[in-house]
Write a protein that binds this ligand. Structure first.
Ligand SMILES: Nc1ncnc2c1ncn2[C@@H]1O[C@H](COP(=O)(O)OP(=O)(O)OP(=O)(O)O)[C@@H](O)[C@H]1O
Ligand SMILES: [Mg+2]
Length: 290
């Protein structure tokens, strides 16, 4: 079962104390690897025996993990954090249902969600650390966040949401709708991933990529993981950009490096598809408006 499956399975049986328990673990993510039982009992204002009882059932539901040494304590699992996020989104009337998986990245699971008005949204659950051996370059641009992988996931969702807020309406990106913990709610996108696109790719497509990069740059965002895997040819045959958690502002010390890498990736991809492309320097000039 996936982490979201565990969360959904536990959803309706979770008590009010259970939710407070999970929230308390989340608040303490940066302080403790395992939150001591005594701290939990005190913050929740509940006797130790009661804490243990609630914890035991949540442990069986895979929402938390117990550690016996060097002291007794609990920590959240990704299912526990998924449950908190889903619960909060539902309480705030952002979603009423979580549907099936619509995408799976190396560092995220994307699910379909349904709003109270019956519209579909995409729910991106950030999963940093799932492939912890992955190149550290991505982590570097995320900035260091203490408190383990779950904190990093929350930070990634926050960053990605911010980028979409900065860019939506100015260029073709998913509409940012909301965010709760490590889950970003956005409009669903459809079309064909650029790497899978079998139609004729032309200079016009490349120019749309460059135009998007220029608008993004002018609005303070360098994607920093741009490739044919993070672009879609949408249903209107326009290029759509997504997957922004590792973006950096043009003032970042490595901004130049990331921008050049993004441009190089795109030049390489389009050249391999026999589209005639200007030089790296010329493309950079267009993007920087210099
Ligand atoms: N708004 C959306 N609507 C529908 N599907 C989406 C949406 N966003 C992402 N997806 C799907 O989920 C997959 C993973 O998304 P995304 O690339 O943002 O995550 P990732 O884990 O950072 O990916 P990567 O594997 O590049 O690290 C995408 O390839 C796409 O198929
Ligand atoms: Mg991606």
């Amino acid at each position: 079962m996936s982490s979201v499956d565990w969360a959904l399975q536990a959803y309706s049986s979770l008590s009010e104390l259970g939710i407070r328990f999970l929230k308390c673990l989340e608040r303490n993510l940066s302080l403790y690897e395992y939150v001591p039982l005594k701290v939990l009992s005190k913050s929740l204002n509940v006797k130790l025996e009661k804490v243990n009882k609630v914890a035991e059932s949540m442990r069986k539901q895979r929402l938390i993990v117990f550690s016996a040494s060097p002291y007794k304590g609990y920590t959240l699992t990704s299912a526990g954090l998924d449950l908190l996020a889903i619960k909060m989104l539902a309480e705030r009337d952002i979603i009423i249902r979580v549907g099936g998986v619509i995408g799976m990245g190396k560092e995220s699971d994307v699910y379909l969600g349904v709003t109270p008005r019956g519209n579909y949204v995409a729910l991106k659950f950030h999963r940093l650390g799932r492939t912890s051996f992955r190149k550290t370059r991505r982590l570097r641009s995320y900035g260091l966040v203490s408190g383990g992988w779950l904190k990093q996931c929350i930070s990634a969702a926050r960053r990605e949401f911010k980028a979409l807020e900065m860019l939506y309406g100015k260029m073709n990106v998913p509409q940012p709708i909301d965010r709760e913990y490590h889950v970003m709610v956005m409009s669903p996108i459809s079309g064909c991933m650029l790497y899978r696109y079998r139609g004729l790719l032309t200079r016009r497509h490349f120019e749309e990529v460059v135009e998007g990069m220029k608008i993004s740059f002018c609005n303070g965002v360098i994607h920093s993981d741009l490739s044919e895997y993070n672009l879609i040819v949408d249903d209107d045959s326009h290029i759509l950009f997504f997957d922004f958690p590792q973006w950096v502002p043009p003032t970042h010390p490595n901004a130049d490096l990331y921008l050049k890498r993004d441009v190089r990736n795109m030049i390489k991809f389009f050249r391999e598809r026999d589209v005639s492309i200007p030089s790296l320097e010329d493309v950079l000039k267009v993007i920087r408006g210099a």
